[in-house]
Design a protein around this ligand. Structure first.
Ligand code: SAH
Ligand code: SF4
Length: 351
């Protein structure tokens, strides 16, 4: 079985040519795939019946994600889906809708996609990490998550504006499939999303960061740091050893130099663990002057007993960084009551 959502537009062209059809037939497949979201090859009536039959006979299918569960937050701005993929794996994907701010601007619809089922990195505060690793998702399964929400949004007269690779899994540990999905989703004959509207979040696999810098893509990079020193980081991210804090910061610098895109450091704040004034000072010394941005994420509840700091502690941590000239924001979490916020995604418990 081959999913048409796996193919880059150039590969789609090659496919129709190899089947003995003119090149323009590829666009007759691509346009509906990315604008009408058909569920079946026969839902593309503009394609000759014979070509539809030949594609089906050759084992081609369309879109493999089936919605098995949907939860919506109380105010309706966060939707979490459990999607079933062909090989009997389920994955969680989240849509966050932001109304235009009072000072204007456009509504935003951000999709948080998963790249793996479970995760091998084992971060102690993350529900996905606590599940362990199950499998890597194929590019078409990453694309399908976006297409599924694009379809839902289209019915509301809206569209996908942003994409964050912050769902289940470590994107750099599934690099080739992740990049294939990014290329399809940003290709102007594919889904056509602007590269700058995509952010890839990594636990800090430096070889992946360097590879991404060479892709000639304008995607944003977020690095989950969580600690300014290796001793504490190792307790929070047990598999961190191959990449030290210093090496991660250096890789971030190289990414910025190569792409011109500022790097965001994500920092999940845990009461009594990594939220003291001393640690804030240490972090500010580490990041001062390299133009990076820190996104503080007061920890969301998971099965572990990590607690979110008090608002005063969060404010103090932010103040220390800002006073040192480090650009800093606090992430406003959405969807915690439906376990759809950062670090809360897992698929062994539905709900
Ligand atoms: N594996 C990648 C991307 C997925 S996690 C990474 O770790 O960056 C996306 C973000 O959610 C990361 O910044 C991660 O640190 C954060 N996160 C994980 N568990 C969390 C929790 N319980 N509360 C708040 N943020 C959490
Ligand atoms: Fe994996 Fe990211 Fe969760 Fe760590 S925080 S276990 S890297 S998904």
């Amino acid at each position: 079985m081959a999913d048409l959502y796996r193919l880059l537009p150039e590969e789609m062209e090659q496919l129709v040519i190899d089947m003995g059809y003119p090149r323009y037939r590829a666009d007759q497949i691509l346009l509906p795939l990315y604008y009408k979201f058909p569920k079946d090859i026969n839902d593309i009536p503009q394609l000759p019946k014979k070509l539809r039959e030949e594609l089906t006979e050759a084992g081609y299918t369309i879109g493999s994600a089936k919605e098995v569960h949907r939860v919506v937050s109380n105010n309706g701005d966060v939707t979490k889906l459990l999607l079933d993929l062909t090989d009997e794996n389920s994955v969680e994907t989240v849509l966050m809708q932001y109304a235009p701010s009072k000072i204007g601007g456009h509504p935003r619809s951000t999709i948080c996609v998963s790249t793996q089922i479970g995760c091998a990195m084992g971060c102690v505060f993350c529900a996905t990490g606590q599940m362990g690793f199950e499998t890597n998702l194929k590019a078409e399964h990453i694309v399908s998550q976006v297409i599924h929400f694009a379809d839902i949004l289209q019915q509301q007269g809206e569209h996908v504006t942003n994409l964050v690779f912050m769902g289940m899994g470590e994107p750099m540990a599934n690099y080739d499939e992740m990049i294939r999905a990014v290329r399809i989703l940003t290709h102007d004959r594919g889904f056509g999303l602007g590269q700058r509207h995509i952010t890839i979040s990594t636990i800090g696999i430096t070889s992946g960061i360097d590879k991404l810098a060479e892709e000639n893509l304008q995607v944003g990079l977020a690095i989950s740091l969580h600690s300014p020193n290796n001793e504490l980081r190792k307790k929070l991210v047990p598999t961190a050893t191959p990449n030290s804090v210093e090496e991660i910061i250096e890789a971030g610098r190289r990414y910025y130099k190569k792409t011109g895109r500022r790097v965001t450091f994500e920092y999940a704040l845990m009461a009594g663990i990594n939220d003291s004034s001393e640690i804030a000072e240490e972090l500010s010394i580490l990041l001062k002057g390299n133009g990076s941005h820190v996104n503080l994420i007061p920890i969301n509840p998971t099965a572990g007993d990590f607690k979110s700091p008090t608002q005063d502690n969060v404010d103090e941590f932010e103040r220390i960084l800002s006073d040192a000239g480090v650009n800093c924001t606090v992430r406003v979490e959405k969807g915690t009551e439906i376990s759809a916020a950062c670090g809360q995604l897992r698929t062994d418990i539905v709900g």
